[in-house]
Write a protein that binds this ligand. Structure first.
Ligand SMILES: Cc1cc2nc3c(=O)[nH]c(=O)nc-3n(C[C@H](O)[C@H](O)[C@H](O)COP(=O)(O)OP(=O)(O)OC[C@H]3O[C@@H](n4cnc5c(N)ncnc54)[C@H](O)[C@@H]3O)c2cc1C
Length: 457
């Protein structure tokens, strides 16, 4: 047992854990951050490709994400606009077309239905109370059905249904048949609605961070008084009358409180002893991670822009579900960013690298033309292969879980508090939610510490 006893041990050095640590240090508390990986940032990961930063994990920020925008400003990380000028490409049932605006052209009847159903989803989402989604009178009825069941029942036009299916897959990195409708509506509301979540301009994909998104975590970690300890996979957090004992490998570390800032599917494997309630267990087990392989395909020129295309596409073909322009602002780096999502990601990720590259390039040729056949570099990242993420972007609630477990994921378990983007009420699933959750967990610990020692500030 280490003789040092900190005020708080934070488990996980993603955005959420680092924000919690920063808040606690700012309040004068001693903090130790334990991280399983050899790097900080978790689901953000910026690597270098041909001398340019590429984000293999999360990359966008947008309006109303006040916490992350303020943090970026404070840390001196600039943002730049995601390129979105020109026509978008859609491939549906093997047919390619181009369009402008938010909704693709799916025939007059299809477009009318698409508009109607998007409006209906917006309204349904807005009625979900963010702080207590399970408290709606019809929570169980909404939670008892999948998004797929709702789409099949409500959306008659097959093309409109296909587009809504692609949008769901892209926002969640999961399949509509696996998602609870109540969770889907909560998540939509949490991020400001369907249109905001699926848009570039004015939406969740509006801006990118100069130098890459992992910079946020790197800079927060650098500013901590005590360096993050890497290679520290925590497997138990057990409680004593006056504190916690955190077990990582063969180390046992003491603190007054702990904050677990890892995704619920990974938190499930940390032994909390009797402090883990049955509701918590059910929530963690009912929220497996989504599946995504993110692919960066580099070209000598932005040939799609030259052809009047924005680089955005959606497709119900294989393997790519959507693409975006991934060029640097000065065009010294030109790339398309492609997402392989949900059910497609598993088989795709299991193939050898050369095959994955060939499949992606073949699909890009269908979407953007023959010039897509000659990339100069390719890199991809299968998040399901990452032991300390087990998939991405987020944990996705299966039907029948949320109405039963309510807010248990953000409820304390004795001296253990929980952060992580999945516990956020606003911008759940995003950087911004991760930061908000970190702040909340830190505040909870500070309040508990003040209550323990009256007069302690
Ligand atoms: C491909 C992709 C695209 C995305 N796009 C966007 C986007 O554009 N915009 C956006 O806002 N969000 C996006 N996201 C989601 C975003 O990255 C996450 O919401 C956010 O980074 C989560 O932060 P976190 O701190 O909650 O969790 P994490 O980043 O998962 O941090 C948890 C940390 O805990 C560590 N850990 C896990 N288990 C243990 C253990 N037992 N012991 C010690 N350490 C442990 C992990 O290694 C990790 O570092 C995307 C994610 C992916 C993967």
């Amino acid at each position: 047992m280490s003789p040092r006893r900190d005020d708080v041990i934070v488990i996980g050095a993603g955005l959420s854990g680092l924000m919690a640590a920063r808040e606690l240090e700012a309040a004068g508390r001693s903090v130790r951050v334990l991280e399983a990986r050899d790097r900080v940032g978790g689901r953000t990961w910026t690597r270098s490709l041909r001398g340019h930063p590429i984000d293999l994990g999360g990359q966008w920020v947008g309006p109303t994400q006040d916490r992350v925008l303020a943090l970026a400003r404070e840390l001196g990380i600039e943002t730049y606009e995601q390129f979105d000028r020109g026509r978008k490409v859609m491939e549906l049932g093997g047919q390619r077309s181009t369009y402008r605006g938010l909704l693709p052209w799916v025939g007059l009847g299809g477009l009318a239905e698409l508009g109607l159903r998007v409006g209906q989803l917006e309204l349904m989402a807005r009625r979900i109370p963010l702080r207590a989604p399970a408290e709606r009178a019809d929570a169980s009825a909404l939670d008892g059905q999948t998004v797929r069941a709702w789409l099949d029942r409500r959306v008659r036009n097959p093309k409109a249904r296909a587009v809504l299916r692609i949008a769901t897959e892209m926002v969640f990195a999961g399949e509509p048949e696996d998602l609870s409708l109540l969770f889907f509506l909560f998540y939509m509301h949490s991020g400001g609605g369907f249109v905001r979540l699926t848009s570039i301009r004015g939406g969740a994909q509006a801006q990118r961070l100069k130098g890459g998104a992992q910079g946020l975590s790197r800079r927060m970690a650098e500013a901590l008084a005590t360096p993050v300890e890497h290679g520290q996979a925590v497997h138990a957090v057990l409680q004593e009358p006056e504190g916690v004992v955190v077990h990582a490998g063969n180390r046992s570390l003491r603190a007054r409180h702990a904050i677990v800032a890892v995704p619920p599917a990974l938190a499930a494997e940390i032994d909390l002893g009797p402090a883990r309630s049955e509701r918590r267990r059910r929530a963690e087990q009912g929220m497996p991670m989504g599946s995504v392989v993110k692919c960066i395909v580099v070209y000598p020129r932005p040939f799609w822009r030259e052809a009047g295309l924005s680089g955005e596409s959606i497709s119900d073909g294989e393997p790519i579900r959507a693409t975006f322009d991934g060029c640097s602002p000065d065009l010294s780096f030109c790339a398309l960013v492609a997402f392989v999502i949900g059910g497609s990601a598993g088989g795709f990720g299991a193939r050898p690298s050369e095959e994955r590259r060939a499949l992606v390039v073949e699909h890009l040729v269908r979407l953007f033309g023959a010039e897509a056949a000659e990339p100069v570099a390719y890199e991809d990242q299968d998040w399901s292969q990452e032991a300390w993420s087990r998939g991405c972007y987020v944990g996705l609630m299966r039907p029948g879980v949320l109405a039963e477990v309510g807010n248990v994921l953000r409820e304390p378990a004795g001296r253990v508090r929980f952060a992580g983007t999945e516990t956020a009420a606003r911008w759940c699933g995003y950087f911004d939610g991760a930061l908000r959750a970190g702040e909340r967990a830190a505040q909870e610990v500070l309040e508990a510490m003040r209550a323990e020692v009256p007069g302690d500030v």
